[in-house]
Ligand binder design. Sequence first.
Ligand SMILES: NC(=O)c1ccc[n+]([C@@H]2O[C@H](COP(=O)([O-])OP(=O)(O)OC[C@H]3O[C@@H](n4cnc5c(N)ncnc54)[C@H](OP(=O)(O)O)[C@@H]3O)[C@@H](O)[C@H]2O)c1
Length: 231
Amino acid sequence: MSTPTRPVLLITGASSGIGAATARHAVQAGWRVVLAARSLERLQDLAGELGGPETAIAVRCDVTEWEDQQRMVAEALEAFSSIDAAFANAGFGGPRGFLKDTTEHWKEMVLTNVYGAALTIRATVPALSESKGHLLLTSSVAGRRVLPGSLYSCTKHAVTAMGEAARQDLHGTGVRVTLIEPGMVDTPFFDQRPTEALADEDIARGVIYALSQPPHVDVNEILIRPIAQQG
Ligand SMILES: NC(=O)c1ccc[n+]([C@@H]2O[C@H](COP(=O)([O-])OP(=O)(O)OC[C@H]3O[C@@H](n4cnc5c(N)ncnc54)[C@H](OP(=O)(O)O)[C@@H]3O)[C@@H](O)[C@H]2O)c1
């Protein structure tokens, strides 16, 4: 059923894990969603599951490519006319240790986690300013405490800083900014799936909490660990 007033949430990294779970919860909460990632077929399957083009559209976007990000926003506006919230969530990790991993993988990770998130802010801020909307970024508990030898942790500290930098930059526009800081979540982020971790939907509920506050309430940060996680 088409309900033109349903707000619109754009999600990067929507093909899997936290992004896909957030899309499912958002649609249940009355949002329309723009699903972005590189795996178009998975996004299309999810868009179909969520009700098809009146509720969910799939857009192929490599967040490290500015042209992709601009096209993602253009397709969102063409389909739904506004963007009420944008969730810069795409990202991945790698082995700890400054002598581990490959330099190519490091570069891809920094570009995706840091540059990609910044590009999503740049691409969506005009539409969010128009809608007096909401910007959310996925940092991590690893963006709050340093992990030994973890360049991933360094990228997430950059995202944490980016959230606060964006909040101050957008002050006065009516745009709210929320940092989502998950502890260990059982998603394909891990090659070996963790036990005693959170589920992706545990984070999705946190996102919906931030999104569903009254307009004057800006939930700046949500850090969620599983009870079994000490550090
Ligand atoms: N799982 C955890 O314990 C945990 C904890 C703290 C923070 N996080 C953060 O949560 C976010 C989501 O991760 P997840 O746990 O849900 O893992 P996931 O299931 O592996 O999802 C990662 C998502 O990022 C997308 N992605 C990766 N590179 C991309 C690129 N260049 N362009 C566009 N999309 C890209 C992937 O889609 P495609 O491959 O289709 O592009 C996928 O949809 C990440 O930022 C991660 O760092 C995860």
